[in-house]
Design a binder for this molecule. Structure first.
Ligand code: C2E
Ligand code: MG
Ligand code: MG
Length: 575
């Protein structure tokens, strides 16, 4: 089968054009050709919706030339194979033609060379085309996010630069725009629990929802895995920005339905107005980022406007993050241990390991704040691994010590991020095997709200932990708004009632709540630990309610390993 070849022939002689076609036919092509002999004729041929395969051009025509034809091609932004076929052509003219963009030349008297030259040039055109596509792709990737096809950070910053310049030209007070940074809450957890593909679909759906709220000149970009940046343009006031931001925020109150999986995903948003006067795009974006972090850790607000004080605090926070990284690397963290006491016997049943960080200049840092910092930065993974290993090692040391009393097990707090980490089971197995510790001596405390996040996937992990005989405890129970009946579906052993429910006396409203929790837990065969016991009265009420275990300052505060050993030796004073 002959190959169809669309040939544009730049030639004043009809016969010569026909000869070229015949030669191509002989070479196995089926040429469809059009002959042009003027610039206008060439332009018209290129304007037609024909995709030409090749141009064969005489060097000099009465009213046109090969060099002029090359210019026309350039103006049409076409890079077609271009062969000069001339009656005679000197070396200088040939070089000039090649420099102007021709790919080959041959003499009319030697047409036997035509077909091989055409074949070669068609092949090379394919190579050039592939190269061009690769370059275009690289250029695209340098400026766009492949997944959502939105601009990426680089292009966003360029657009932001243009906005800043535009507002400088106009009166800054009249020309108001805002930068919004929107972070999808718990995206890492969503990604680990739903998998790569669904989380990508979530991002695409999120981009579509945001887009619905934007006007013509507004810009939306994906600047990080779980972050979108927006420029809202042509604004009248800060109130208008707030209304528009709320509109975007509200888009996330509706659940996403992705391949029959329902995903709820809220967002945290930082907002900065152009009239803050920052002239570098990076600085504006950073300000929005800082405000976004405030939104993330503020339980009451999801949209936060940037204020300059935040910047100073952000710098301190960054410092703290790098200090924490170092503290983990250089093993400058340590564990304290707090006894969990059997309320019926008054004996220590086990210990909870609680991590401590003595900062070189700031002194001791509150665990809740550095744990949340480490969760936010991903440092919780190495930190959590260290805590697990250290706590298990300590248990072994105690078991090997010469005291008669040995703690039965050790409780370790596990963050939701650790729980969703694909290597969690492997890490635990490695630690237990290295220390030759049986799983039954380890109890993992998981905060209630973390268990609520994605029940199906997490339940599987919990079941795998149970296969290893590791005990599971819901920590801070009562704070996560989960329905009590939910407990039925989780493979857990223990419920630890949050200390905010601690009962002050038996007229206290908490009394009934704790009673209900204890009864329900018992009906499901679960043990109950009450945390935060500080007085004898509280202890007595909890005993009366049938709570098995207790933990709190009344027995002992968290102690370092040496003091814990002493405590084991001397026993508890209160019983
Ligand atoms: P949590 O697991 O609920 O730990 C109990 C917290 O209550 C501890 O605070 C403990 O010192 C405190 N506490 C104990 N008895 C009493 C009492 O009688 N009254 C009062 N008011 N408080 C009492 P801490 O050590 O500051 O830890 C706070 C939280 O930080 C822990 O809450 C836990 O969620 C987290 N955390 C601590 N260590 C780790 C860790 O190694 N990994 C992870 N992921 N989280 C940890
Ligand atoms: Mg705990
Ligand atoms: Mg707790």
């Amino acid at each position: 089968m002959s190959k169809l070849l669309r040939v544009l022939i730049v030639e004043d002689s009809k016969d010569d054009a026909e000869l070229l076609a015949i030669e191509l036919e002989r070479g196995g092509y089926q040429p469809i050709y059009q002959r042009v002999e003027t610039q206008l004729g060439m332009q018209a041929a290129l304007d037609e919706k024909i995709s030409w395969d090749i141009v064969l051009a005489d060097y000099a025509l009465p009213n046109f030339s090969a060099i002029a034809a090359l210019d026309v091609l350039k103006n049409h932004k076409l890079d077609l194979p271009f062969i000069i076929v001339s009656g005679k052509i000197g070396e200088d003219t040939a070089i000039a033609a090649m420099k102007a963009g021709a790919h080959d030349y041959l003499l009319k008297g030697k047409l036997a060379r035509l077909v091989p030259a055409v074949e070669r040039e068609l092949r090379e055109a394919v190579v050039r085309q592939e190269h061009r596509q690769a370059q275009e792709r690289l250029k695209y990737l340098a400026y766009y996010d492949d997944l959502t096809t939105l601009p990426n950070r680089t292009l966003f910053l360029e657009c932001l630069g243009k906005q800043i310049n535009q507002s400088k030209l106009l009166n800054k007070d009249d020309y108001l725009f805002a930068v919004l940074l929107l972070n999808i809450d718990r995206f890492r957890i969503i990604k680990y629990s739903l998998g790569h593909s669904l989380s990508e679909q979530l991002l695409i759906a999120a981009a579509q929802r945001i887009n619905k709220c934007l006007n013509g000149q507004d810009i939306l970009a994906r600047i990080n895995a779980d972050e979108f940046a927006i420029i809202l343009t042509n604004l009248k006031s800060a109130e208008e920005v707030e209304t528009r931001a709320e509109e975007i925020y509200n888009q996330f109150l509706i659940a996403f339905e992705l391949q029959e999986t329902i995903v709820f995903s809220t967002v945290s948003m930082g907002i900065v107005l152009s009239n803050i006067g920052y002239e570098q795009p990076e600085k504006l974006l950073q300000a929005a980022d800082t405000a976004m972090h405030y939104a993330k850790f503020d339980a009451l607000r999801n949209l936060v406007f940037f204020h300059e004080v935040m910047h100073t605090l952000a710098v301190e926070r960054l410092q703290l993050e790098s200090d924490l990284q170092q503290a983990i690397d250089q093993k400058r963290l340590h564990l304290n241990y707090q006894p969990i006491v059997s309320l019926s016997t008054g004996m220590i049943d086990s210990f909870e390991a609680l991590v401590r960080w003595e900062h070189h200049s700031l002194g001791s840092i509150d665990p809740e704040s550095f744990i949340s910092l480490s969760e936010e930065t991903g440092l919780i993974i190495p930190l959590g691994r260290w805590v697990l290993k250290e706590a298990c090692q300590q248990l072994i040391n105690w078991k090997r010590s010469s005291f008669h009393y040995r703690p039965l097990s050790i409780s370790v707090n596990l963050s939701g991020i650790q729980l969703s980490h694909p290597k969690l089971l492997w890490q635990i197995d490695t630690i237990l095997q290295a220390l030759q510790l049986e799983g039954k001596y380890l109890k993992l405390e998981i905060t209630e709200s973390n268990l609520m996040e994605n029940s199906v996937t997490l339940t599987k992990v919990l079941e795998k932990l149970k296969e290893r005989e590791i005990k599971l405890c819901i920590d801070d129970f009562g704070t996560g708004y989960s329905s009590l009946s939910y407990l039925r579906y989780l493979p857990i052993d223990t419920v630890k009632i949050d200390r905010s429910f601690i009962v002050r006396d038996n007229k206290d409203r908490n009394y009934d709540i704790v009673k209900a929790i204890v009864n329900l837990a018992h009906s499901l065969g679960l043990d109950v630990i009450a945390e935060g016991i500080e007085t004898k009265l509280q202890l007595n009420i909890l005993r009366e309610l049938g709570c098995e275990y207790g933990q709190g300052y009344l027995f002992a505060s968290p102690l370092d390993s040496q003091a814990t050993l002493e405590l084991m030796k001397n026993g508890l004073k209160i019983c």
